[in-house]
Unconditional design. Structure first.
Length: 121
């Protein structure tokens, strides 16, 4: 239920013709990343990549990302963003080769895709 639910909700609201806006005046801070700023100020310090890959949050986030795409993506979206999605999934696949916990998410994610397709309506 957690990780990517905010993006999923925004995507579904947009598809239902609600007006979804980015309001840059609002800022949210995650306590787990406060003060951790590394490469390009993305919060990705090379020394912490291994730790982040092993974290269950990363596993759930990747699984829910795949499910969110399966549930919401249209053919038009796929044609427009396919290269970016493919690159992101490729990076996660390479990273998962170094951690069994993350690698195991692929089977679970693909097993749930049919269920996500059923939730499209």
């Amino acid at each position: 239920f957690a990780y990517k639910e905010d993006v999923d909700l925004g995507w579904r609201l947009h598809k239902a013709n609600w007006q979804v806006q980015y309001v840059p005046a609002l800022v949210g801070y995650h306590a787990r990343t406060m003060g951790r700023r590394g490469m390009f100020n993305w919060g990705i310090a090379p020394s912490s990549i291994s730790e982040r890959i092993a974290n269950n949050r990363t596993r759930l986030s990747l699984r829910n990302y795949i499910w969110m795409l399966a549930k919401n993506m249209t053919l038009k979206d796929e044609l427009k963003y396919d290269i970016f999605i493919a690159m992101r999934l490729f990076v996660f696949f390479i990273l998962s080769l170094f951690n069994w916990n993350l690698f195991s998410v692929w089977k679970e994610a693909f097993a749930g895709i049919e269920k996500m397709h059923g939730k499209r309506k």
